[in-house]
Structures are given as structure tokens and as C-alpha cells.
Design a protein around this ligand. Structure first.
Ligand SMILES: Cc1ncc(COP(=O)(O)O)c(C=O)c1O
Length: 361
């Protein structure tokens, strides 16, 4: 008996950064841009709620959460769709917009799931060159053809930690053919305090050919619950509801996210912590000629070009000291590593270890 033939899927499978978490609780994991402060205490109360009806199916349209989102971020309830992580929304957008041989444009260093979901459908992915790790509008426009259906970008971008400012975003949307959907992924927007920055949602709330992605996996600390949302024109949202798995968002995730989004104090505290430690760590690394992005997200791309040791050696030495950070091989960025900002004791430990490493090289 043989296995019935299935479609040949030619993609590089997503490899998450090393975890080590389950094998040894003593690891310091700074590899996945997770929340440094865990979750808000309001969210923790839900863990203790014994009355959640987990024997019932959840609300298939996550109405409670969507109401909370629309109230907190002042946007239209009808234009929101929730997913099992923003990941699932990326997948659904690809299913909705792409046919085989359509084209998708991505900045050369961009979140891996955009290319993976596009390629699963059979679309062709074109990469636009960046300039000094920054997305180039000019190079995106150069890649446009009649077959282009979507341009994806994260702003701030993962893994480079750079961003397009308000006027650059406006220019991009103006220069891009209006039939092309621009997807702006706001995953790290809360951390960007620069005056010239505006989130995709705030800028394009009413723009029909821009679609926004948001997640509860980063600042809100709900990564393992898998909850995120998308925001776009009602026509797009209604079509997405047709293809959405009916019970994609579980009750627990919906309840936790509803609490999380209304705890403004936790958001403020997390951003303050990130700015303080991000700058401290950035300055610290500059002592060893390791350059980084500015603090506009909860991670630093560490560039070892001018450093006396290589990124590979540095990563090995950190691992020996139980610190896990993200290699950049899958992203094809040479001699760089991505480091997430941790909690205070993790950050202090990191700095101590780095000092020790450089003393001995
Ligand atoms: C830019 C960006 N978008 C989306 C995601 C995925 O988020 P989620 O956990 O909501 O699927 C990530 C995760 O690292 C990310 O960096």
C-alpha cells in the first residue's frame, strides 16, 4: 500500500529559535521577543477562574474581545477579525488574495511567515533590498509587476529593528499601485516612542487597501495562548470570515486578551522597562564595537561586523552560560544575532556574562 500522492510544497520550514526551556528551567531565553514582564496581574486572575465553560465551543467571532479592542484602540468593531496568533491572519490573507504564480513583495529581511504562507499557495516571493537594514520604498516599488498582489512589512521590522516613519509610509502607499494590498504588521508598535513614528492602524484606519496585523504575543505576554487580530476594510473582513476556521480562537485566549488590552498600566510599565533596559544594553554593547538598531521594539539586532569576535563564537559562549539568543541564519543576515530584552535580573545576568566573555577573548 502506498501513501496517496500529495502536493509538493517547496518551502523552508519555520524553525523557532532555540528554546531549552523545557529541558532545563535555568536557561535565560532571550530569543523570541516575548514579553519581558510576563502578563498583567489582571490576566493572572483569569487563570484562577473555575467557571469558564471550557466544555462549550467559544464564540466563533470573538465578539467580547473585538468590543474591547474597538473601545481601547478606537477602531471599528466590524473591521476586526481575531486569529490564533497574527500568524493565522497572515495565512488567511494569503489564502484570500493569492493564486498560484501571483507575486508577493517582502523586504529582504522580514518575518519568515510572510514568505512561508505565500509559497504554500504557490505564489512567487520577491525580496526588495534594504539599505543599512532599513526597508527601502524605492526598492519595493522597483519589484512591482502586474502580478503583484500583496506587499507585507512589519513596522518596526523584525528582525532588523528599524522602522519607516509616518511620511515614508504615506509615500509608500501613494507610490504603490492602488490595487496592491499593503499589509502592515504592527506587532511591536507599542515599544516605538519616536516622534516621527505612527502605527499602521493609526495611520491607515480608514484606508481600503491597507490591512493591519496586531498580536497579543509580544508586549501582552500571551504568546502561548495564540491570539492576534487583523483590521481592514469590511469587504476584506467579511471575506476572511468565510474562510476562517469556525472556532480558531479559544475561550481562554479571548478572555485573557480582553483583560490584557484594558490594562493600560501594564502597557506603560512594559514600555518604560523596555526603553530603560534597551538603551542600557545598546550602550553596553557599543563598548565592544557591537552596533545595534535604536530602541523601537523589544529586541536588538547585534551586528558583529566591527567586533573582535564573530557572532557564532559569541552565541556559543552565551549558550555555555545558559543564555539563548536568536541566530540569523534563516534570515540570511551575516554575522548578526537578535537579542530580546529580558526582565531586570535576566538583563543584569546577560551584562555580567558579556563582560566576562570579553575579558577572556
Ligand atoms: C513581525 C511579527 N509578526 C507576527 C509575529 C507572530 O505573532 P503571533 O504570535 O501573533 O503569531 C511575529 C512573531 O515573532 C513577528 O515578529
Amino acid at each position: 500500500m502506498s501513501v496517496p500522492k500529495f502536493r509538493n510544497i517547496n518551502i523552508e520550514v519555520y524553525k523557532p529559535g532555540k528554546s531549552g526551556i523545557n529541558k532545563n528551567k535555568n536557561y535565560v531565553k532571550l530569543s523570541a521577543n516575548e514579553s519581558s514582564l510576563g502578563v498583567s496581574s489582571d490576566v493572572k486572575k483569569i487563570f484562577k477562574n473555575k467557571n469558564l465553560l471550557i466544555n462549550r465551543y467559544p464564540d466563533s467571532k470573538s465578539k467580547g474581545l473585538r468590543r474591547a479592542i474597538s473601545k481601547e484602540v478606537k477602531c471599528d468593531f466590524e473591521k476586526i477579525i481575531c486569529g490564533a496568533g497574527s500568524d493565522e491572519i497572515i495565512q488567511m490573507i494569503c489564502q484570500l488574495y493569492l493564486n498560484k504564480n501571483d507575486e508577493v513583495i517582502l523586504p529582504e529581511y522580514s518575518f519568515l511567515m510572510y514568505r512561508i504562507y505565500s509559497k504554500i499557495i504557490g505564489a512567487k516571493v520577491l525580496f526588495s533590498k534594504e539599505k543599512n537594514f532599513k526597508i527601502s520604498i524605492e526598492n519595493i516599488i522597483k519589484k512591482v509587476t502586474k502580478k503583484t498582489k500583496i506587499v507585507f512589512l512589519a513596522n518596526p521590522n523584525n528582525p532588523t529593528g528599524t522602522y519607516l516613519n509616518k511620511s515614508e509610509l504615506i509615500t509608500l502607499r501613494k507610490k504603490l499601485n492602488k490595487k496592491i494590498l499593503l499589509v502592515i504588521d504592527d506587532a511591536y508598535h507599542e515599544y516605538n516612542l519616536k516622534k516621527d513614528y505612527v502605527s499602521g492602524l493609526d495611520l491607515f484606519k480608514r484606508t481600503k487597501n491597507v490591512f493591519i496585523l496586531r498580536t497579543f504575543s509580544k508586549l501582552y505576554g500571551l504568546a502561548s495562548l495564540r491570539i492576534g487580530w487583523g483590521y481592514g476594510d469590511k469587504k476584506i473582513i467579511n471575506a476572511l470570515y468565510k474562510i476562517k476556521p469556525p472556532f480558531n480562537v479559544n475561550l481562554f485566549a479571548e478572555r485573557c486578551a480582553t483583560k490584557a488590552i484594558s490594562d493600560k498600566g501594564f502597557v506603560k510599565k512594559s514600555v518604560r522597562h523596555n526603553t530603560f533596559w534597551g538603551n542600557k544594553i545598546k550602550n553596553f554593547f557599543s563598548n565592544y564595537n557591537i552596533s545595534t538598531n535604536e530602541i523601537v521594539c523589544n529586541f536588538l539586532l547585534l551586528d558583529f561586523k566591527k567586533c573582535k569576535i564573530s557572532s557564532d563564537l559569541f552565541m556559543k559562549k552565551l549558550l555555555k552560560n545558559r543564555i539563548i539568543i536568536r541566530g540569523m541564519k534563516e534570515y540570511k543576515i551575516k554575522n548578526c544575532l537578535r537579542l530580546s530584552i529580558g526582565n531586570s535580573s535576566e538583563n543584569k545576568y546577560l551584562l555580567k556574562v558579556v563582560k566576562k566573555i570579553f575579558k577572556n577573548v
